[in-house]
Design a protein around this ligand. Structure first.
Ligand code: UDP
Length: 235
């Protein structure tokens, strides 16, 4: 096993599947299966899931909701996704804990670093919901921060694209994929891996990021075993 402890970042949008909104049951089952297979290899798994399929803070201003209020709505959206994922994992017999950046005690535990680490050591999948609990941040930043806090070996950013390209491969057919790239090079080329806050946190703490296609069956397990999938961003 290449990694002992991973932080998996999934976007909310990906959870919507073909519908582009809400939660797709098929997508949920597929993610759950991938996570279960990786867990069976003996790796410790923490997960941050976004909320873009339900609500984004940025959207709010258009509808007359102020930015901060919108961000809190976005955080609650991530919690809805996290609850769905938790149930789906539990249906597969996986032990889980949901820890929240906002205090919602009837539904989940508050985030306490030492507790999170303990859960992971016991083989539970820990899902971090409600972001870091502060507006003006994203779930990518949550992923970086929590990964650093729990001393994860790597942030695995599961997307619909199979890595980092010289340009957006969905728009530019001549775009080429990187297998490895340094933090500095990503910055210099202005490549869009994560937002700058999230990216800088990984860079400053020398925490590698792997961008990979989460929709391709078996990719997550291959990654934890150390196969070269997607793009590795490191120092
Ligand atoms: N958000 C926030 N603070 C956080 C995490 C999330 O304010 O620590 C809000 C923000 O408005 C964001 C929304 O929650 O737009 C949903 O998260 P994100 O857009 O990162 O989800 P994704 O794009 O991964 O689906």
């Amino acid at each position: 096993m290449k990694y002992k402890r991973i932080l998996l970042k999934l976007s909310g949008e990906a959870l919507a599947g073909a519908d582009k909104h809400g939660i797709s049951p098929d997508q949920l089952v597929q993610y759950t299966q991938e996570i279960k297979n990786a867990l069976d290899q003996g790796v410790e798994i923490a997960i941050v899931i976004g909320g873009g399929n339900i609500f984004r803070g940025i959207q709010a201003e258009k509808s007359g909701v102020d930015r901060v209020q919108g961000d809190y709505m976005g955080m609650l959206a991530t919690l809805i996704n996290a609850m769905a994922l938790q149930s789906a994992l539990e249906n597969q017999g996986i032990q889980t804990r949901l820890m929240s950046g906002l205090q919602i005690n009837q539904v989940c535990e508050p985030f306490i670093r030492r507790k999170a680490v303990r859960h992971l050591e016991k083989g539970r999948v820990v899902i971090f919901g409600a972001g870091i609990g502060n507006p003006y941040f994203t779930t990518d930043s949550t992923a970086s921060l929590r990964a650093v806090e729990i001393e994860a070996d790597v942030v695995l950013k599961g997307t619909r694209v199979d890595g980092v390209y010289t340009a957006d491969p969905e728009k530019d057919p001549s775009a080429e994929k990187f297998t490895n790239i340094s933090f500095g090079e990503v910055y210099k080329r202005g490549l869009n891996v994560m937002d700058m806050t999230a990216f800088t946190l990984c860079k400053e703490n020398n925490l590698p990021i792997i961008v990979f296609d989460m929709n391709k069956e078996g990719n997550l397990t291959k990654l934890v075993k150390g196969e070269d999938i997607g793009t590795l961003i490191s120092e």
